[in-house]
Design a protein around this ligand. Sequence first.
Ligand SMILES: Nc1ncnc2c1ncn2[C@@H]1O[C@H](COP(=O)(O)OP(=O)(O)OP(=O)(O)O)[C@@H](O)[C@H]1O
Length: 418
Amino acid sequence: MSVLIIQNPVSGEGTAVDLIKNSVIPLLDSHSISHTIQSTTEPGHAGSLALSFLQGRCAEDKESAPKDSPVLILAGGDGTLHEVVNAVGLSAVENSEQIQRVVIVILPCGTANALYSTLFPPSPDGGPYPKLSAKLPAGTDAQTAYKLQSLLSYLDNAGRRRPLVLTHTRVLDKNGDLAPVSGSSILSAVVTSTSLHASILDTAEELRAEVPGVARFSVAAERNIHMWYGSHVQLLPSDSDFDSAPVQRYDPSANKFVELEGMTELEGPYSYFLSTVNVDRLEPTFVITPLAATDPPSPGVMEVILVRPTRDPSFEGDTPEGRKKFVEKIVPVLRGAFQNGAHLGIGYDSEGNIKEDPALQPVAEYYRCAKWIWEPTPGSAGVLVCADGTLVKIPGGGRAICSVVKSFEEGGGFHIWA
Ligand SMILES: Nc1ncnc2c1ncn2[C@@H]1O[C@H](COP(=O)(O)OP(=O)(O)OP(=O)(O)O)[C@@H](O)[C@H]1O
């Protein structure tokens, strides 16, 4: 059986091609696994390559007895995975159809590599994983060894095949119809966001050539940190035909989620709003939804983190001065995410000063839900939605609806070697 390797030569710092040539091919050869390598030549290409490979495999399987699940090796970042998931899975999700099982091996050659660094959190000393790295040729450096962990799990049947949870976002126009813009129906495998995070991704893309690596996210954050985004948000439990899953809110003083009844409505403005699936972090050390790893959500549920300036006891209205002052509150929260999720314990005292004390009213609100609806206030800045880095604009009077996708049945869907 042949595997397809898709390499994105421009993701991250452009390391995919060398990693495949120098480390991946020798390992596949030593395990007698035949392979085809395809390089992406433009945005969207990873998706079309995966789709035609899988359609070819389907045709083969119809002619002979079904074989093992097809395997894709993706050398790129979260955006490359996002393209594959959308090309292969979107129409099935839209039509409530099943897809065959697709097994994915990730080679983290992107910038953020959120999913990979969740599956393989970097070791504190930056060293390789001793157990699996013993199987690599002598002299393999620690960084390369780290990038080969998903591949080694696959080759040695040594790890887990973890099903990928997806969310489906629909961007609707003012009449409630799917907006006539590219990406108005889109799947995410990592993050769906609005507000500051979506603006950061938007600016970071403009900086790609200028600022290499994750540093461009910091530069982009500085440029957008003062922004507020007007919106009305609803967090919803799962639909009745799905596993029962109420909305839950994290209580930092008890260090646990508390179940809420029915729908939760949250008035803006927002500084920050994002939801994640499959990950507790968006970069190797930016752990924004930490309980996803330590207290995983039940099936059908996503994690939501949001920050609303109106919760600050010193909030005096949406003024330029008020926005400037709030930067002093949001920055420590984002820094806390870089300290292994310490942002969850940052709260306001009665005067609006922020302190590390889980007994105080938290600055970052942390929820779990099956679905959210984001309805921008007319004239506000909150019109960008980011799905794993792809940005979609909500038309005037419209809204975005993001729901966890019901799992594919009988083991179908995407599975990642971890
Ligand atoms: N040959 C190409 N030329 C230009 N763009 C490409 C090419 N191949 C793929 N792309 C685009 O490159 C983009 C970035 O890829 P990817 O997301 O994998 O890397 P990244 O953004 O550096 O990493 P991450 O998403 O983990 O931060 C994708 O959105 C894809 O559409």
